[in-house]
Write a protein that binds this ligand. Sequence first.
Ligand code: NAD
Length: 412
Amino acid sequence: MINPGRPRNQSRSTRSMPFSGLEYADPKKKGNLIGKILLAAALTALCIIMLKQSPSFNTTNVFSKHEEGVTHVLVTGGAGYIGSHAALRLLKDKYRVTIVDNLSRGNLGAVKVLQELFPEPGRLQFIYADLGDAKAVNKIFSENAFDAVIHFAAVAYVGESTLDPLKYYHNITSNTLVVLESMAAKGVKTLIYSSTCATYGEPEKMPITEETPQVPINPYGKAKKMAEDIILDFSKNSDMGVMILRYFNVIGSDPEGRLGEAPRPELRNHGRISGACFDAARGIINGLKVKGTDYSTADGTCVRDYIDVNDLVDAHVKALERAKPSKVGIYNVGTGKGRSVKEFVEACKKATAADIKVDFEPRRPGDYAEVYSDPTKIRRELNWTATHTDLQESLKIAWRWQKAHRDGYGST
Ligand SMILES: NC(=O)c1ccc[n+]([C@@H]2O[C@H](COP(=O)([O-])OP(=O)(O)OC[C@H]3O[C@@H](n4cnc5c(N)ncnc54)[C@H](O)[C@@H]3O)[C@@H](O)[C@H]2O)c1
């Protein structure tokens, strides 16, 4: 199903050409023409026969029908960092996967990796579409028989959200409404929603539990909180099974080196701490700037909860397995342990073996001192616990991929 760039111009221009000579054709040429038409008809028939015999011919049909024993999951944003890792795990676990992504921030290279790993018909299809296009989304839901949706697709940079808030409300809140409406219309019964600790804002008490009041302080967090509210209001009168997962700071990548985090170069300025560390290690930027050394934390720098993407994906699979009709589950997904920026930078230096220059600067407005989760609820109810908690090891794995993919997926 990969077909993001059909060369439309080419087919139009060739289609219009033959008509120009027809009116003045002589009988000889007419004979030629009939011969050509017959040849074309024969070739077309041959192509259809060959296509029907090819193993992938029935792919569309397979995706459009529910099949006993097979769970078909729509992964929105599956060409992105977390979505691609989730798709890999789902495919390994024998789920049928449809990825919908507009590639605004994701990478077709990630989808290609997945397709090469799972080429069998009926395993994975990619649909290039924008979730803001309700007509396109409805069509996707009409043509495919989904059993569940994992809704990752979003723009996801706090800094960018303060500069362009409408983009965030549109892309996160409004698009979630579009997805939910299509799910309701087509009776798709399970939704796993990607939310974030940014919905909590700056709580007074640590660690953050699911009961901690949600008072987001930036448009990204607010847009996600609104999307959560829409889902929760809808679920009150619906038999949909809903799981809302609020992730903390995601790091790491596939231990086998097939996938990684490859944000687009234009997003570098909004980047996350791990991206900045790797960029510094590669000499793309001139070292790291740690903003704020006078917070009331053990070493004065901000503290965050870093969750490895492999653990995060595992939480999604557990949520998917345990989702029940008419039930809502809300879970923090974090390690429960805060790590300071200084600790992170030290781990990154060791993981990359690079002598990263670090400048300590005054605080950046809007940063909060400490954020870490209480993962008790998800451990108790979903039997999930973070296992990849060695920061240096997670960064080492991610660094291996970064080193081998200097231009992200562009070089694969
Ligand atoms: N990375 C983190 O630390 C983190 C933390 C908390 C929550 N999250 C959430 O996890 C989800 C995935 O984040 P990520 O880090 O993988 O980001 P990402 O940018 O790597 O992936 C997002 C994907 O969504 C796609 N997308 C965006 N808008 C779309 C649209 N309108 N239509 C179709 N596709 C669209 C992008 O092209 C991209 O492939 C997001 O919802 C994000 O808010 C991420």
